[in-house]
Design a protein around this ligand. Structure first.
Ligand code: HEM
Length: 521
């Protein structure tokens, strides 16, 4: 995505300086020469700044990068302004080279940073990460930018390309569903695929795209399909899973409602058996359901005679879905869903009747862990933005990072992101060595703590980043656009999968339950 090389004229700095009159004006930015004679009247930042004697005919690199993202120069409308380069000089700004590793300190976790080591990631993981990043940068990112702008769900062509390399299947983590599949062109064998591979995929998605599109990219499937894979009958799985993993059909998790969110046992959607016992009749509503507007299948938590039961519902008569407008874009397809006497075969029950709480709680672990992966990466992305901004932005004649208060905020941000990532990697290692059931028993507390901790770190980082960016941190375009987006949407992380305080308390309650009886101070 860097500016394509083409045969451009070469100029000396002296030649450029001659073009500094009101009607003939050139400017140098990063060793490239721009003719802004006509453009200056249309310049969104105004005319006067371009007529300044330090700008007209001069090298305005520093002034330009303290006010614009490099992306501005890549826009086709502005690329036309480029008429040449400075003889004997090279551009130094590298921008979004697909697949490239960031050289900004803390822009990558240590396992991806040159000269550091990791007990968890192998060279095979590194090669896999490279392929995934290239895929995200070249296939997903262009669509993400367009869909964020028009609010539609991610394009089918992206889902199809993801299916070609089995990304839909890999996002479900290790397991039987990978058997017989060629993962990422065969670079990982299904039996070698572990939770670190899945962590890589999740983190690369959150790095590449904005929050709404990220969830639109079948976040609903990541949380809605596991109950089917883990608790569905073989017949049900054979019927619906292949099309979902091929990106042809969509599924979402429908638990929270207008009546209850974190309070799962307080849900009011009911499922009542028909007299012949062959069907459920479902009535109620579900709210804030990611991908719900375009889902074909709904993994629904219902109140039943014996307690709480999870049922797979297929879109059909009696189901209405409508878009909820939230703080992020509508690409995520966040839905309000109503079920009005919806008839579902009992064979669609997931797990035991009345045993839904185990289905949901064990699912929550994986769901929350995925959210921790995304949260850790989101914070890192904001740190990279802040490090770049505070270096290129000058205040009182010096870079912003020469201010101790700014460095203090950076210190806290970096420490938070590093601690979240390191804890996450440890938990991921535990997951790699435990069965699904062991994870449910042993890691529920750990994951709840990490989710609560990482999203509260994210909220602190969002607040600090806005302070660092000032007015730009609350402006939807320009230098602070990612900080603004992060700050506006950070509450999603802190709410989805369980609110922060509820999760922290869950962690403590799990610990108290495991207190041995024979210990005393
Ligand atoms: C090829 C050269 C340039 C192009 C294509 C360009 C384009 C733009 C665009 C698109 C914006 C809107 C904000 C954004 O989208 O980021 C903008 C804002 C602005 N530009 Fe330029 N610009 C150029 C050079 C310059 C130079 C040399 C200066 C001089 C210091 C300048 C000063 C400003 C200012 C002050 C703003 C308003 C920034 C803000 O609202 O924070 N621009 N420019």
């Amino acid at each position: 995505m860097a500016t394509p090389a083409k045969d451009l004229a070469q100029f000396t700095r002296e030649e450029v300086a001659k073009h500094s009159s009101d009607d003939d004006q050139w400017v140098i930015i990063d060793a490239n020469v721009y003719n802004i004679s006509r453009f200056k009247r249309f310049h969104p930042g105004g005319l006067s700044v371009l007529l300044d004697p330090d700008v007209a005919g001069q090298d305005a690199t520093e002034a330009f990068y303290s006010l614009h993202r490099h992306e501005v120069l890549e826009r086709p409308a502005y690329q036309r302004l480029k008429i040449g380069t400075i003889a004997g000089e090279q551009s130094v700004i590298r921008w979004r080279v697909p697949g490239a590793i960031s050289k900004v300190p803390y822009g990558e976790p240590t396992w991806l940073t040159d000269g550091y080591f990791s007990p968890y990631f192998s060279d095979k993981h590194r090669a896999f990460q490279k392929k995934i990043r290239q895929f995200m940068d070249t296939v997903v990112l262009p669509d993400a930018l367009e869909r964020e702008a028009d609010g539609k769900r991610p394009s089918q062509s992206v889902f199809d390309k993801m299916a070609e390399v089995e990304l839909h299947a890999m996002r479900m983590g290790p397991g039987k569903h990978l058997q017989g599949r060629t993962l990422m062109g065969g670079m990982v064998k299904p039996e070698e695929f572990d939770y670190f591979h899945e962590l890589i995929i999740t983190q690369e998605i959150s790095r590449a795209v904005l929050r709404g599109y990220g969830d639109g990219l079948l976040g609903g499937k990541v949380i809605g399909l596991p109950p089917v894979l883990n608790f569905g009958s073989e017949e049900l799985k054979a019927r619906i899973v292949p099309d979902i993993l091929a990106g042809k059909k969509f599924i979402c998790l429908a638990i929270s409602e207008a009546f209850a969110g974190s309070d799962v046992m307080g849900l009011q959607t009911t499922a009542v058996k028909t007299e012949d016992g062959k069907h459920w009749i479902i009535n109620g509503n579900k709210k804030w359901i990611t991908n719900g507007t375009f889902a074909d299948y709904f993994t629904v938590g219902c109140k039943t005679e014996d307690g709480f039961t999870v049922i797979l519902v297929e879109r059909g008569p009696g189901i209405e879905t409508s878009q909820i407008k939230t703080s992020y874009s509508t690409t995520a397809g966040t839905a309000y869903i109503t079920f009005d006497n919806v008839k579902v075969p009992v064979e669609n029950t997931l797990g035991e009747e009345g045993g839904g709480i185990f289905v949901i709680l064990s699912n929550f672990n994986h769901e929350r862990w995925v959210m921790c992966c995304a949260s850790a990466r989101g914070q890192r992305m904001i740190i990279e933005e802040c490090l770049k901004w505070t270096t290129q932005r000058k205040v009182f004649g010096k870079p912003l990072n020469s201010q101790a208060v700014i460095r203090s905020k950076l210190a806290k941000m970096i420490s938070r992101a590093e601690s979240v990532q390191n804890w996450l990697e440890n938990i991921t290692y535990q997951m790699c060595n435990m069965t699904y059931r062991q994870q449910a028993n042993k890691l529920a507390g750990q994951i709840a703590f990490l989710k609560s901790y990482s999203t509260s770190c994210g909220q602190d980082t969002a607040r600090d980043a806005v302070q660092i960016f000032g007015g730009r941190g609350i402006t939807q375009s320009g230098m602070g656009q990612f900080v603004e987006h992060y700050h506006r949407t950070i509450a999603f992380d802190a709410l989805l999968g369980g609110a922060e305080d509820v999760l922290a308390d869950l962690g403590v309650r799990q610990a108290l339950r495991a207190m041995p009886e024979d210990v005393r101070l």
